[in-house]
Ligand binder design. Sequence first.
Ligand code: ATP
Ligand code: MG
Length: 371
Amino acid sequence: MPESNSSDPNEVARPSSSRRDPEWLRARLAEWLPTVAPSPTITRLEIPSANGMSSETIVMDAEWEGTTHPLVVRVAPTADSDPVFPTYDLDRQFRIIDHVARSTGVALPRLYWSEPDDGPLGAPFFVMGRVDGDVPPDVMPYTFGSWVSEATEEQRTRLVESTVQTIAAIHGAPVPKELLDLPGPGETPLRAHVRRLREFYTWASAGRRGSPLIERGFDWVADNFPEEGDPVLTWGDARVGNVIYTDFRPAAVLDWEMAAYGPRELDVAWLIFLHRFFQDLAELMEMPGLPDMLRREDVVALYARASGHELTDLDFYLTYASLIHAVVMYRIQSRAIHFGQAEEPEDTDDMIMHRSTVEAMMAGTYWERVR
Ligand SMILES: Nc1ncnc2c1ncn2[C@@H]1O[C@H](COP(=O)(O)OP(=O)(O)OP(=O)(O)O)[C@@H](O)[C@H]1O
Ligand SMILES: [Mg+2]
């Protein structure tokens, strides 16, 4: 159980019991670092509070051979923290980043080392270079009161265009099949993707009441299954909140946890959907937000220009994105309930903040409301 009921939304999102102690980390990293760098000294170590809720991100400066290296250490959660996802493969993420860095012009953090062993920090981790710049915030959403909403139209256009070009460039990478979950015999990549989401939901809802909306969502997906284009390496968590920007262009693409083998539409729809999610939050709070940013038609046209590929069945992929997000949110809320930081609502579909969006997308009424 948590020590306190903080009103900081990051505290609510990330139960304190999932955190490691900075002093302990510093001592353990000081022991490990000499195995990879000559006579290093750690000169700074911090766990930022505005952090993600899956893996732990540690900011570290270390000095060796007369140079200070600004680093970020990404550590898998330990099992006793009741992590959001059932498995984490940090070494796989490290190798996917390395693959994309070697085979495309996509901006990525410099990679230092991957430590797949649990020994040094109690869980696998990797070390990358720290990249300067700004990330569009999730809390409070970047759609209001942020550097994104306060930028000029021209700057936001640059951000959107360069982000879509980056996604197209990722899709141009040769597929690193050895690093991805491949479909089973007779299964298409998209069907394998849906199957894994369902396995995740089954795991997340075991011993719980489940969500009738999510279950209807899986039925909707089965009933509306599209023809698939050629599969590519997808980034998986393709959203502006996973990019470090400098001068409104990607300086580093982060968060490769959800990277997968599948149709291009998965990433493009996720990009559009996540913006709509944050835009809907702005509108819910009676703010104008950024209704003209990352508009569906614009993104599809930009992607076609950048990649030479016309996307198809976007209605399906956008609804599927809303379902993926619903399952992740269901899991995060279940976890908050488990840690005593949220009450289970009578209607479990209320655990899904964007339930009305999922419902409207399945009913085919969402986009007319937006347009
Ligand atoms: N290489 C890096 N250089 C600078 N900052 C970084 C780097 N990697 C991560 N960060 C910081 O840590 C934050 C979280 O990183 P990331 O998105 O990879 O983690 P996450 O746990 O998956 O987060 P979320 O669940 O919010 O998506 C980033 O928004 C960024 O501020
Ligand atoms: Mg992230």
